[in-house]
Design a protein around this ligand. Structure first.
Ligand code: ADP
Ligand code: ASP
Ligand code: MG
Length: 440
């Protein structure tokens, strides 16, 4: 079994959907195709939810109507035969009736999750109508029937495996399955999602659940590049990455992959390929157990970081101090990304301010607490990077003019991270491209 996931831009135009149909019918291998919403749709659905949360129904209605017009034009272009065009129109009617009903009922977070699910529900149904029109046999598998998260909002792989394999057993004679990325059910049975960019996570979870031969992530670029192509002019695709390297890059900001989507594929040793829908012949990036070469592969940056420093003379020669500090973050389910310590202070970084006020209040008795918001973590990732000759010299020589706030080295064998003010992020990525990769 092969998993093929297509992102928003890969299905965002009628001709792209046609291209996806070509790509999935090139060979007769059994496959599960995971689709995102059409590009821009989830952003619009987020805006509808935001407007509803503010009680601005006029704004919500405006966004709904603009989105609906977009889908009518899309269906009109995508589907040619009367019967399938009617099906496409029925899909639009069903989902926009729902969006219009939410204007009349009270808004809450559970309803917001239902709103956010509409994009993937529509894209897969429209794609299914297109396959039908072209006589391509397939089964539409509802992700809400098998994709599940637990009470901590973590994917529940064992349950996903059982439910998905049971569904597949019901269609033993079929070879092509289509399903929604991103959406799932939570522990309460409500519609939920795997967070923004979550279709990659869906693909990796399905790949693990069915022990797929490969998990292909098809997007709008020819693989993981050595630097962020949205920021740095000259970047190059990386041919091979280990699961650990790819996981670090995704977690530390390489947007091409959802931050935590690698672990399911890694757990079941399913190779992941990053491929370009617009340029299918390009080699892309292969992610597997073995990284191939040693050395620096890529850099990535993660915004929205908050640095917290706790200074206390009581820390001097004391044990148990760090545990007490870390327990505060554990209590508020707030992961720590970077840590540095000295005899009298500890600095940590977090990427969410959701519980910041409560965390600061509980840290207060431990000493003087300083907070720096608007920071960015820049991570340099590569297999055995810490043992790569000259890597630290090259790194610090190239960013000598950047005010580095924290450094993490040696925590992982694949990563060196620096914390810089967010305002210096672009400069740091550009300087590293020249100094570490020799690219201008
Ligand atoms: P999709 O909609 O297919 O999921 P995304 O927009 O989520 O696509 O991810 C692809 C985008 O990720 C690229 O267009 C690129 O701008 C961005 N990106 C950020 N960092 C990297 C990187 N290191 N390598 C490749 N792409 C990256
Ligand atoms: N449609 C969702 C998003 O835009 C999920 C995804 O595209 O991966 O975040
Ligand atoms: Mg994405």
């Amino acid at each position: 079994m092969k998993i093929m996931k297509f992102g928003g831009t890969s299905v965002g135009k009628p001709e792209r959907m046609q291209q996806v149909a070509n790509l999935i019918t090139k060979d007769s291998e059994p496959k599960i195709v995971v689709l995102s919403a059409l590009s821009g749709t989830t952003n619009s659905l987020v805006s509808i939810g935001d407007a509803m949360a503010k009680g601005d129904k006029i704004e919500a209605k405006k966004i709904i109507d603009t989105l609906e017009a977009h889908y009518h034009a899309f269906v009109n272009d995508l589907l040619k035969k009367d019967a399938t065009k009617a099906k496409g129109e029925a899909v639009i009617a069903e989902h926009f009736d729902f969006l219009n009903i939410i204007l009349k009922i009270s808004f809450n977070e559970a309803l917001n999750k239902d709103i956010l699910a509409q994009g993937e529900l529509m894209s897969t149904k429209l794609f299914s109508a297109y396959l039908e029109e072209n006589g391509i046999a397939h089964v539409l598998l509802p992700a809400l029937d098998f994709m599940q998260i637990d009470a901590n909002d973590e994917p529940y792989l064992d349950a996903i495996r059982v439910k998905l394999n049971r569904l597949l057993q019901q269609h033993k004679d079929q070879k092509l399955f289509v399903t929604q990325g991103y959406i799932c059910r939570n522990a309460r049975g409500e519609v939920d999602n795997l967070k923004r960019g979550g279709s990659d996570y869906t693909a990796s979870l399905i790949a693990a659940a069915v022990n797929a031969a490969v998990c292909e992530i098809w997007t709008d670029i020819d693989g993981m590049h050595n630097n962020d192509p949205r920021i740095v002019k000259k970047t190059l695709p990386v041919e091979k990455l280990s699961f650990d390297e790819a996981a670090e890059l995704a977690y530390f900001g390489a947007k091409i992959l959802h931050p935590t989507c690698i672990w399911p594929a890694q757990q079941e040793k399913v190779p992941v390929k990053l491929l370009n829908t617009m340029q299918p012949e390009a080699a892309g990036t292969t992610i597997m157990q073995d990284a191939g070469s040693v050395g620096v592969k890529a850099v990535a940056a993660k915004d929205g970081i908050i640095a917290i420093k706790i200074k206390s003379s009581r820390m001097l020669l004391a044990y148990g101090f760090l545990r007490k500090i870390f327990e505060v973050f554990e209590k508020y389910k707030t992961p720590i990304d970077m840590v540095t310590t000295s005899e009298v202070a500890v600095s940590v970084t977090i990427d969410s301010d959701a519980h910041l006020a409560a965390i600061l209040k509980e840290l207060d008795p431990f000493g003087t607490v300083e907070v720096d918001k608007d920071q960015a973590i820049v991570s340099i990732v590569g297999n055995e990077i810490a043992q790569t000759p000259d890597v630290l010299k090259k790194l610090f020589d190239s960013i000598a003019e950047v005010p580095v706030r924290m450094v993490s080295y040696g925590g992982s064998r694949h990563n060196i991270s620096v914390l810089v003010p967010a305002a210096n992020k672009i400069q740091t990525l550009q300087l590293l491209n020249k100094g570490v990769f020799g690219l201008e």
